[in-house]
Design a protein around this ligand. Sequence first.
Ligand code: BYC
Ligand code: FE
Ligand code: FE
Length: 465
Amino acid sequence: MAIDYKSTIPNNVDLSTDRGLQRALEHWHPAFLDWWKELGPANYQAHEVYLRTATSVDAKGWATFGFLKMPEYRWGIFLADKQEGRTIGFGDHRGKPVWQQVPGEFRAALRRLIVTQGDTEPASVEQQRLLALTAPSLYDMRNLFQVNVEEGRHLWAMVYLLHAYFGRDGREEAEELLYRRSGDRDNPRILGTFNEPIDDWLSFFMFTYFTDRDGKYQLKSLAESGFDPLSRTCRFMLTEEAHHMFVGETGIARIVKRTLDEMQKRKSDDPAILREAGVIDLPLLQRYINFWYSSALDLFGAEISSNAASYFANGLKGRPDEESFEDHDASRAVETIEAPDGAQEVPARNAMNFLTRSAYSRDCQIGLTRWNRLIAKAGFNLELKLPAERFNRRVGMWTGACVDVDGKPTTADAVVASLPSAADRAYVKSLMVPVTGIGQCANWIAPAERGINNNAFEFEYVRAA
Ligand code: BYC
Ligand code: FE
Ligand code: FE
């Protein structure tokens, strides 16, 4: 169905025919805008930003580009098209028609999944609130804002489900989504990573590479859901997610490229010499990878999880790309998981978090391989690596275990030494100076090779109104 942009809330769910729902969302809308103005990007709300807006939900032409002020972005409700005759693809209800309404017995579980997903979206906007003040270029600033408005829309996507399918408690949950605060001691966001500060651009690129990729894998799992409105919402969100990860992957690649320039020029990989040149040495980059990757692994939950088993059994949350598996029942299969006291055989349904996380880890490696190719091509013998999955964990069976990045036993001090130090963070922070001239770029990162939507890097992506 086409997107209706004439109504206050753009949508392709025929909102105007459901007066009650429309009224509830119109009530939530001003609260969202207040939240956005208070906790969305600082200082640039009145600027014109070159943004893409979704115009249809099919693969082609779903984005139009143009200048607008962020508070005027058309946040709305967009679901991927309904697939006629769709059936549940896994678990105990496999083969039955998908649900268009929430089955009573799964109401609490579905609400919890939707709230957890929804909570991450505004959290990330809050985490990134001050970054524009130190953007390395107008191009980067624009990408930040694009990510932010879309995370805002992802919040809308979950709020729509809560309002449309969960009645009064859904509306209450939707309000709560605007009141929890990233990093707040008393009222924090639900999942760990979403309370970590993102106060420099290296962290931002790490976050969009590693944490948005968790988003990709969770959304893929939820896109398999037997609750069809959730599936359709997540399928559309995934189309937006690709750009977020692109920002992370290319951001880190540009940092690597710039550092390699100086390494070649100075014929040295000595961090002290490179820091004099004002670039980010690769060991420091590695420590940031160690931190953000291990934090993202925690987002998959415990390796052995009865929650995950019942989500799967009940058809609420599948595996990413469920159709690529042969056995969609998974009630007889077992998975071997390395626990601190030896290998364990775990019923596959209880190992769903582990399986999804494993697919995620393989996907994470792709970017590292590309960055390593740049390093090798420049003639240096160094490789960036994903740390072992058991390194620096706060969730699951390896919580608090002292293992090094290779997964071998070590001391607590050695774990800390593999993570960004206060000095690392202070150094990165010292590099964060705003660069706002058209086509200019901060010293610590190479300019992007291409701009957005066939524009050059030298384009005024953000301008005073
Ligand atoms: N921090 O059986 P367990 C995104 C809790 S990112 C704090 O191990 P389960 C985005 C858990 O809630 C994608 N608590 O785990 C990216 C449970 O609590 P209760 C976000 C945690 O339930 C960038 C307990 O520990 N989407 O979109 O199988 C920018 C034991 O649970 C954490 C989703 O997460 C943690 N890291 O799985 C913007 C999808 N991990 O029951 C956006 C929806 C676990 O004891 N969520 N716990 O109170 C889910 O599918 C599941 O809730 C989880 C956890 C995969 C997160
Ligand atoms: Fe998102
Ligand atoms: Fe995202």
